[in-house]
Design a protein around this ligand. Structure first.
Ligand SMILES: [Zn+2]
Length: 479
């Protein structure tokens, strides 16, 4: 019964956190990643876009749930719960880079299943989103979190690597025992080291070698157990990385304009008039009049806030800002390249995007565009400075938990000069190309080029023969 032709397919999805596609390709070309090179021989290495904001946590939703993060309730690494939708939160604020990491799974829309729910037995290792994993969520226990948090707040990337290697060993023990149909393993070393040393530094390349070693170990386990034939392995990134030399004190600027600002870690601000939630750190949500529990559209807010937005767009740190004119219209401002509206019509897989230039061409799409489906909308921005901006901004900006102003930092900048525990030379979070583009390594042929990380989930279900009528944001590249 268990000969090669009937061997069941199992999928191990490895998350190479923060690995740039060009650095991965270069390491492959140098022959430093033998396990991944063999996977590529059977399929190919693709460059796809992540979701905005391009930051660990939100950017895991696409390949765990097949949805953009804002559409499952996670608009950012830090966000403000204007609607008081959470059962527990301090000052209605979330920061998944701190203790709120406990709440990630619970904050996600409970009606939307994860890949772990859909394909069992399932196993998660060092995954920011692990809800539904039936055979363990390695790295989510209190001991792991304490040690990982300690390494993070001391900015000690080498200590992090030791914690991570121990977690990988535990993952492999369970992988051996369970033979999961679906498993996901995140390796965060490359991201942490990129912040400190740059995304193409020697030590980051060593950490990418750790990803290759983990893949080789999983293959050896499957070979020893006689199930190597049915084991498929894909590798995906969650966000890119880009050099940063200027750290904007957005908090200080807002305070200097006379605003009372609620922001991490000073959440005790009374009668705040702006909640500033920067995460990435090259993006931020600005929630205006945070005492208001109802989400408002921008036309209601202009009387009080248009001057602040105009002043914000004068600042060199501000790349792109976006506001919701309504549930389906987003107005986008670029500091140097003007203003346009993104309009979405229809819903689900029939959705269409329209780009209506008002003045200039903020998204660099060459002028107004109409009636693009999800695939054409991606292609329209494929070589632009803001990949997938039409779909990303129209999904994030009007979403219930997003800020009234969504800000993406200019190149070379991030937005959190205060309270960062570690010096950093590389950043992410923005809608910019180097931060949005990620690698996707597939160990088999595809029937159409993958575009987005959201495509991974419907494709994985096709690979594993699981039928579902769920409305994913992504589309299978195996159909
Ligand atoms: Zn990072």
């Amino acid at each position: 019964m268990s000969d090669d032709t009937t061997a069941p397919s199992r999928l191990l999805l490895v998350v190479a956190d923060g690995v740039r596609p060009d650095v991965l390709a270069d390491e492959l070309a140098k022959g430093n990643l033998p396990a991944m090179a063999r996977l590529r021989e059977k399929g190919g290495l693709h460059t796809v876009s992540s979701s905005f904001p391009s930051v660990t946590g939100p950017a895991y939703a696409p390949f765990v749930m097949g949805r953009h993060p804002a559409s499952v309730g996670m608009p950012g690494l830090r966000w403000f719960d204007r609607a008081r939708s959470l059962r527990w939160s301090y000052a209605q604020a979330r920061s998944y880079s701190g203790v709120d990491i406990w709440h990630v799974d619970g904050d996600l829309d409970p009606r939307i299943p994860t890949l772990y729910d859909l394909v069992q037995p399932s196993l998660a290792g060092l995954m920011m989103i692990a809800r539904g994993a039936t055979h363990g969520r390695v790295g989510r226990g209190i001991g792991w979190s304490l040690r990982a948090g300690w390494a993070h707040f001391r900015g000690d990337a080498r200590a992090w690597r030791r914690v991570e290697q121990a977690a990988v060993r535990e993952f492999m023990r369970r992988f051996t025992r369970t033979r999961p149909t679906l498993s996901m393993l995140g390796l965060l070393g490359p991201d942490k080291l990129s912040h400190a040393h740059g995304a193409d530094s020697a030590i980051v390349r060593t950490a990418i070698g750790d990803v290759d070693a983990a893949i080789a170990r999983a293959q050896a386990i499957a070979a020893a157990g006689g199930w190597a034939e049915g084991l498929r392995i894909w590798v995906v990134g969650d966000h890119g990385h880009a050099p940063v030399s200027q750290h904007d004190d957005l908090h200080g600027w807002l305070s200097a304009r006379g605003h009372r600002v609620l922001a991490h870690p000073t959440l005790g601000t009374r009668a705040a008039d702006v909640a500033l939630m920067v995460g990435g750190n090259a993006m931020g949500h600005l929630y205006l009049d945070p005492a208001r529990t109802r989400r408002a559209w921008w036309p209601e807010l202009t009387a009080r806030w248009q001057p602040m937005l105009d002043a914000l767009m004068e600042r060199p740190a501000s790349g792109l800002a976006a506001v919701a004119m309504g549930a389906d219209t987003v107005r986008v401002f670029d500091r140097e390249h003007g203003v346009a509206d993104i309009v979405r019509s229809h819903a689900g897989h029939d959705a269409r995007w329209h780009y209506q230039v008002i003045d200039g061409d903020p998204l660099h799409l060459g002028g107004s565009l109409a009636d693009l489906d999800a695939s054409d909308a991606w292609l329209a921005g494929a070589s632009s400075p803001y990949p997938d901006a039409l779909v990303q901004l129209s999904t994030l900006v009007p979403s219930p938990r997003a800020g009234d102003i969504v800000l993406s930092a200019a190149e070379g900048w991030d937005l959190r000069a205060r309270y960062e525990p570690t010096p950093h030379v590389s950043t992410h979070g923005a809608l910019l190309r180097d931060q949005m583009l990620v690698p996707l390594l597939i160990d088999g042929p595809v029937t159409r080029p993958p575009q987005r990380t959201t495509d991974v989930v419907p494709s994985a279900l096709d690979l594993l023969g699981v039928q579902t009528a769920l409305p994913f944001d992504g589309r299978s590249f195996l159909r």
